[in-house]
Design a protein around this ligand. Structure first.
Ligand code: C2G
Length: 737
């Protein structure tokens, strides 16, 4: 496939280009911009830093909003090689690139997207290697905000090895990728042939540009370490990158551009073959998916017939039987036949999907059987922290209903069923077949976290999402760009949160945040948190004493609860985090042991076991205890850090100490917080165990010092909590449906 030619045989050395003062080929780098201000710095600076200096950078502002336009004007000032062209209203990528082609003055043209960026040798390597070819290309590396995949690439790039190889690749490979990006192209060729981007479509305009290049090119050098970093955009809802527009638009655009080009290149068999192969691939990938819902045939049938009529029959006859059976009726414009074949094939695909694994089989049963069974009007499914334990808002809503609405049928979902729960409800194992059955037939779902995307909502289902805390760390759409393991994180959360019929908000602050973070616009239940009811109804001596006995902790001592959050940079593996206890328990025992005991409560992400055996009788590890609300009740003082636990504990109006020993290293994480930890919290930020001990020993004095701040904090975050949140939520959700 590749023939490697050592660099020196075939290339004009850059030194000649530089020192001789003679031919210094100029590159016109063209970048359309539409509201991508958060990515522009990285993109533009990666060009300014290029080792190859003879370029002009044409920024085409394609009708962006004010903040992006201002950003572009700001960037224009950083380098004389940058030229900006503002378009009042948006015309699409193709038109913007065509403007760049009109304005370009370089010997070569090079297109980039404004949310991508380059390795510093990229342009140099492309110019070095194009020689007398019409085009040269390099390697695209898919990356995200966290630049994963980039390390290796940049490492290679920075030590640009002198004997970089020139691969002459077969022409098909050079054009497997339909994109105009990351190709250094002779401007003479573009002008001689007047090669432009179609302006009739938003998507796939590249095809109209790439095809003539294919036809005109004999071989296309591929430079393996000329890197173009293609950012995988993770925000398909707020700021969709072009390719994340909806299916119907994409299909319409693709067929439009295909039909146009088939006519333009009717006499060129190579172009026709290229187009037909891309059209058939697009049909199998995008159109077939769109027609899972056969009502969509109405929407695009004419388009389908129009492209099928242009397909080369010879080429089609070599395609798979499945493709031929679907496309032949379109060639004949036999709609009935096409509909029946599509219906059959969609069914076959579903069966194939169902037989490809247990989860997919259960999902198929959920969608095709269970959700078709009669809805169980009085069945309520509860789940807390993805089945981890019996706790949090779902627990308190359940216990209220058990007492006041015993006529309902309650079911709890657990990873490990068999827990000892009041009312002895049915317990099912998460992701078992029963789980799919009850998810499909229960009218009510009550969860404090996300239910997997595959559980499409059925008619009549009522989904109460309680979430699991006043948001402290920026959530979903309020996060700049997600570099989570799952690149579709934002899209998935968007799909899942569309299913929520009710969302509980613990305070006005959360109401506002949930609106933006989840793009939630249905019913918000603004009653405070059910999980905090117990902090009002159970805040009495006898209940507290009883709880201490249940927890096996001394009833005659005061209690300090230490409940830190997790650190995302200290982990064994994804989802399993490590916590290194910084508190000096020996010192605390020596100085506080007569009066206090300490409860240690790690976050549920923490996987390591604390070893506190030498502090028996003084320190108690309650990390696996189901319900932290009960630990709040028995504790006279809370020590935490950046965990949302203090929003809840503040309902008790008891002292809170913030043991933020790693504040500096946590600072950039703090930037992702909604409140200013150093300003807004109702207690001191402490760095050492000595400070913690001294604060505890002077707790009365501290209470006075923080009295006003605490009052403000309480009014801002706890005002709605009155011990009746469960009751109010149940009235709204269960007594009306
Ligand atoms: N939690 C707990 N024990 C801890 C810390 C937290 O039981 N030591 C529980 C509390 O109910 C807390 C919830 O987990 O409200 C969330 O904990 P955070 O430390 O805030 O961590 P995280 O899960 O990242 O927060 O919107 C809520 C938060 O933003 C989610």
């Amino acid at each position: 496939m590749f023939t490697k030619i050592p660099f020196s045989d075939n290339m004009v050395e850059l030194e000649v280009l530089n020192n001789g003062g003679d031919i210094l080929k100029k590159v016109s780098i063209i970048i359309p911009i539409y509201n991508t201000e958060e990515f522009l710095d990285e993109c533009i600076y990666s060009i300014i830093k290029q080792k190859y200096e003879n370029f002009e950078l044409l920024l085409i502002n394609d009708g962006s909003g004010l903040s992006c336009t201002n950003k572009i004007n700001e960037l224009e000032k950083i380098d004389a090689r940058i030229k900006v062209f503002h378009q009042e209203e948006r015309k699409g990528v193709g038109a913007a690139r065509n403007i760049g082609l009109e304005k370009a003055t370089g010997d070569y043209i090079y297109f980039m997207d404004s949310d991508d960026y380059l390795g510093e040798s990229t342009v140099q390597l492309l110019v070095k290697n194009i020689a007398d070819h019409k085009m040269v290309t390099g390697k695209q590396v898919r990356t995200t905000l966290s630049h994963e995949n980039e390390e290796t690439a940049v490492a290679l790039d920075t030590e640009v090895d002198p004997d970089v190889y020139l691969y002459q690749q077969n022409i098909k490979k050079a054009f497997k990728n339909r994109s105009a990006l990351h190709r250094l192209i002779s401007r003479d060729l573009i002008n001689e042939r007047n090669i432009r981007f179609s302006e009739d479509v938003d998507c796939y305009a590249d095809l109209s540009f790439i095809l003539p290049l294919l036809v005109e090119s004999d071989e296309v050098p591929y430079i393996k370490n000329a890197y173009y970093f293609k950012r995988k955009r993770n925000d398909p809802i707020t700021n969709p990158a072009i390719m994340q527009l909806d299916a119907e638009k994409k299909i319409n655009d693709f067929i439009t551009i295909y039909n146009q080009l088939k006519d333009d290149y009717r006499d060129n068999s190579e172009a026709a073959q290229f187009l037909d192969n891309h059209m058939i691939n697009f049909y199998r990938k995008t159109i077939v998916t769109f027609l899972k819902d056969e009502r969509n045939i109405d929407v695009i049938y004419e388009d389908l017939v129009s492209f099928a009529a242009k397909l080369d029959q010879q080429l089609l006859s070599k395609k798979s039987i499945i493709v031929r059976r679907e496309l032949n009726p379109l060639v004949r414009n036999d709609r009935k036949k096409y509909e029946s074949v599509n219906r059959l094939h969609q069914r076959l695909r579903k069966v194939k999907y169902a037989l490809s694994g247990r989860t997919k089989l259960y999902t198929h049963l959920y969608r095709s059987v269970f959700t078709k069974l009669p809805l169980k009007e009085k069945t309520v499914l509860f789940e807390s922290f993805l089945g981890k334990n019996y706790s949090d808002n779902p627990k308190y809503i359940y216990e209220y209903m058990l007492k006041n609405h015993p006529d309902y049928n309650f079911i709890w979902i657990f990873k490990e069923p068999g827990k000892n729960i009041p009312g002895n409800p049915k317990q099912i194992k998460r992701f078992s077949l029963k789980y799919y059955y009850y998810m499909g037939t229960a009218k009510y779902w009550v969860s404090n976290s996300r239910i997997p995307k595959r559980f499409d909502k059925r008619e009549g289902n009522v989904y109460l999402q309680t979430w699991h805390g006043t948001p402290l760390k920026k959530l979903v759409f309020d996060m700049k760009d997600i570099h989570s393991a799952n690149p579709n994180y934002k899209r998935d959360v968007y799909i899942q949160s569309r299913r929520w019929d009710y969302l509980i908000s613990p305070n006005q602050y959360s109401t506002e945040i949930f609106g933006s973070a989840f793009k939630y616009d249905k019913t918000m239940l603004e009653y405070g948190y059910p999980r905090n009811d117990i902090l009002y109804t159970g805040n009495d001596e006898s209940t507290i004493t009883e709880l201490k006995r249940k927890l096996n902790i001394p009833v005659d001592k005061k209690v300090v609860l230490y409940a830190p959050t997790w650190r995302d940079n200290d982990f064994f593996e994804a989802g399993k985090y490590r916590f290194t206890l910084q508190l000096d328990l020996q010192k605390m025992k020596d100085q506080l042991g007569d009066e206090y005991v300490v409860l240690l409560r790690m976050h549920y992400f923490i996987a390591n076991q604390l070893d506190i055996s030498e502090f028996e009788g003084f320190a108690f590890d309650l990390s696996t205890y189901d319900d932290i609300a009960e630990l709040y009740l028995v504790s006279d003082i809370l020590i935490t850090d950046y965990s949302s636990v203090f929003f809840d504990y503040a309902n008790l109006r008891r002292p809170i100490l913030f043991y933020t020993y790693d504040l500096e290293s946590y600072r950039d994480t703090l930037r992702g917080f909604y409140i200013d930890i150093e300003e807004d919290v109702p207690g001191p930020l402490l760095k050492t165990t000595d400070e913690v001990i001294s604060s505890i020993n002077n707790i009365e004095k501290l209470n006075k010092t923080y009295k006003d701040k605490y009052e403000n904090f309480y009014n801002r975050f706890c005002a709605w909590d009155d011990g009746k949140a469960s009751e109010k939520v149940v009235k709204d959700v269960f007594e009306v449906n």
